[in-house]
Design a protein around this ligand. Structure first.
Ligand code: NCD
Length: 308
């Protein structure tokens, strides 16, 4: 099966072979970006963002522009007919008349899937509520693959808001499909991974994992430390957010106990969960990760449009 014309809504939509095709294409783009600069000439990408974004929207837009294509879209629903009460089904059917591929971020879980059911063009989920964020995961996997040279045999620490953090849900789902990976889930009790990740992904897949509350106790075991921000916008009350927001702060003192080859990832934006002093540590990879995100999105666009 080819990736042409497909949607990306969930990290398990593509087989491991298809994922490695995307990563290999991303590698070729990184090695020779100039030879891809006109591949999408005449094609249009639509970005439909119903929630704030910096990296995801800009990296998709930059990706399409670097492929020689063009971009239309909105970065807040108030500037489109959504504000007049238009449904997702109608918005996407209209957008499909103008664009060749669409990227959607929406606070409602499942919204991009609804869009895909009405779309005659590929739809990419750029984050749906506290659910999934499969293209962030592509960026994460490309980074890990480039730095660690493998996606197998890793101990991955996920730290912070594992309940509402959609990047974590997608990352566990994706890395759980590779060989011999183990997860160390570090969070306050209130922010542990949702039941469906626990039951349908970790337990069902018989993936080795443990849940702990203290980062200090486990940091020395990790190959990867994936930090996340506490997702303020998904809390029901301010009080809980204030109580939990400073649960973890990664600083140089904690980094002293980490392995020399551990890498620190973060989908960004960071609030205060990684002290700025850590940025100078050679194990901090979060800004490179943002760059890998653009290259992997270039590869994804090419594959879904069937441009070789
Ligand atoms: C993440 C998201 O939107 O879920 N950001 C991103 O896309 N890089 C993480 C976050 O907002 O905390």
């Amino acid at each position: 099966m080819t990736l042409k014309g497909r949607h990306l809504l969930d990290p398990s939509d593509f087989s491991l072979e298809e994922l490695s095709e995307i990563f290999e294409l991303a590698d070729s783009i990184i090695n020779d970006p100039a030879s891809f600069s006109e591949k999408c000439k005449g094609k249009i990408l639509a970005t439909l963002f119903y929630e704030p974004s910096t990296r995801t929207r800009f990296s998709f837009e930059a990706a399409m522009l670097r492929l020689g294509g063009q971009v239309i879209g909105f970065s807040e629903p108030s500037s489109s007919s959504v504000a007049k009460g238009e449904s997702i089904a109608d918005t996407i059917r209209t957008i499909a008349c103008y664009a060749d591929i669409a990227v959607m971020r929406n606070p409602k879980e499942g919204a991009p899937r609804i869009a895909s059911m009405y779309a005659s063009i590929p739809v990419i989920n750029a984050g749906d509520g506290g659910h999934q964020h499969p293209t962030q995961t592509l960026a994460d996997l490309l980074t890990i693959r480039s730095v660690k040279h493998s996606l197998d045999n890793l101990t991955i620490g996920c730290c912070g808001d594992l309940k509402f953090g959609r990047t974590i849900h997608s990352l566990i789902k994706a890395l759980g499909r590779y060989k011999n990976n183990a997860f160390v889930l570090v969070s306050p009790k209130e922010l542990q991974v949702p039941e469906y990740i626990l039951n349908e992904v970790l337990n069902k897949g018989q993936l080795p994992f443990k849940q702990v509350e203290k980062l200090e106790e486990v940091i020395s075991e990790l190959d990867i430390l994936y930090m996340t921000r506490v997702q303020k916008e998904r809390f029901f009350n301010e009080e809980d957010y204030i109580r939990l927001k400073d649960s973890y702060i990664l600083d140089n003192e904690k980094m002293k106990h980490a392995r020399p080859d551990m890498i620190v990832l973060h989908p960004l934006p960071r609030v205060n969960e990684i002290a700025y002093e850590v940025d100078d540590d050679p194990r901090a990879f979060y800004f490179q990760q943002a760059k890998f995100g653009m290259f992997v999105r270039m590869a994804l666009i090419l594959k879904l449009l069937g441009v070789e």
